[in-house]
Design a protein around this ligand. Structure first.
Ligand SMILES: [Zn+2]
Length: 262
C-alpha cells in the first residue's frame, strides 16, 4: 500500500515540475495595436547623388564657390641672445633687431647708451650699435681711463664720444679687401672723452702734443685699450686713424689670442 501511495504522489506532482522547467514564452505583439494607429514603416532613403552632380546643384543654388581666405604666413621667429653685461647692469643698452645687410650684420645688436665705471653710469654718445662682446669690454676700459683722469687731474669722464660703430664697409673704407669689423658691429671708433670739468679731449685735437695732459690721457687710453680689445689702432697706426681710436675684438692668430696694438 505504501508503494502505491508513493507512485500516486509522484504522478500528481509531474505537471507542476514541467511548468517550472519551461516558463511560457511572451506572446508576440501585433503590428496593429488594438484600437490604435498602424505603426509606420521607415521610409526608403533617396538614392545618393553623384558628387559631381551634387556640386553642380550647389553651384546653381549658392553660386560659384568662394575661394578659402588664405591665412597670412606667420613671420619667422627671431632668435637672439641676451647680453650678460646688460643683465648685470654693467652696460646700459637695449636690444635691436638683427641687422642683415648682405655680408654685413649681426644677430643680436645692442644700442649702447652707457657703461658702468667707478660706481656710476657714464653716458656713451654717438648712437652706438655694437654687439655684446664689444659692449662687455667697454666698462673695464672706460673705468681704467676714468681712474687715470681722476688720479691725475681730479676730474672724471662725463661722456664717451663714439664716432662710427656699426657700418657695412671694408677695412679702411677701401673699395675692395676684407670687410671691416665695423661691418659685424664688432668695432668702435672713439673720437674722445668729455670731462666733468668741461673739457673735450679729442684724438684729433689732443694727440699731437704727447706731453700735454690731453696727450697723456689719450695715450693712456690707447695703451689701456690694448688690455681689453684685440685690435687697437690710433693716430700712429696710419693716416686713417688720425682722429680716433679704433677698438675691436677681431681674431688675430690661430687661437684668437694675439693682439694688434698700434
Ligand atoms: Zn674703426
Amino acid at each position: 500500500m505504501r508503494i502505491v501511495a508513493a507512485v500516486v504522489a509522484i504522478l500528481l506532482s509531474l505537471p507542476a515540475l514541467a511548468q517550472e522547467a519551461s516558463p511560457p514564452l511572451p506572446r508576440p505583439k501585433p503590428l496593429v495595436e488594438e484600437n490604435g494607429p498602424v505603426v509606420p514603416l521607415p521610409r526608403l532613403r533617396p538614392a545618393k547623388e553623384a558628387p559631381a552632380a551634387a556640386a553642380e546643384t550647389a553651384k546653381e543654388v549658392y553660386g560659384p564657390p568662394k575661394p578659402e581666405p588664405q591665412k597670412p604666413p606667420a613671420p619667422p621667429r627671431v632668435y637672439q641672445t641676451a647680453c650678460p653685461a646688460v643683465l648685470l647692469g654693467r652696460v646700459e643698452a637695449k636690444a635691436l633687431p638683427p641687422i642683415r645687410d648682405g655680408q654685413c650684420g649681426t644677430q643680436s645688436p645692442l644700442s649702447v647708451t652707457g657703461v658702468l665705471a667707478n660706481g656710476r653710469m657714464v653716458p656713451v654718445s654717438g648712437g652706438v650699435e655694437t654687439d655684446c662682446g664689444m659692449a662687455s669690454a667697454l666698462p673695464g676700459w672706460i673705468e681704467s681711463v676714468d681712474s687715470y683722469i681722476l688720479s691725475r687731474e681730479d676730474t672724471r669722464i662725463a661722456e664717451v664720444v663714439v664716432g662710427t660703430s656699426y657700418m657695412c664697409r671694408r677695412v679702411n673704407g677701401g673699395s675692395d679687401g676684407n670687410l671691416s669689423f665695423h661691418a659685424f658691429a664688432d668695432a668702435l671708433d672713439v673720437v674722445g672723452f668729455k670731462l666733468e670739468d668741461g673739457r673735450m679731449v679729442s684724438v684729433a685735437g689732443g694727440w699731437s702734443d704727447a706731453l700735454s695732459p690731453e696727450g697723456r690721457l689719450l695715450r693712456f687710453a690707447h695703451g689701456s685699450a690694448c688690455a681689453h680689445f684685440t685690435t687697437v689702432l690710433g693716430p700712429e697706426a696710419n693716416a686713417e686713424h688720425q682722429d680716433h681710436l679704433h677698438v675691436d675684438l677681431g681674431c688675430h692668430g690661430k687661437t684668437c689670442t694675439a693682439r694688434l696694438c698700434e
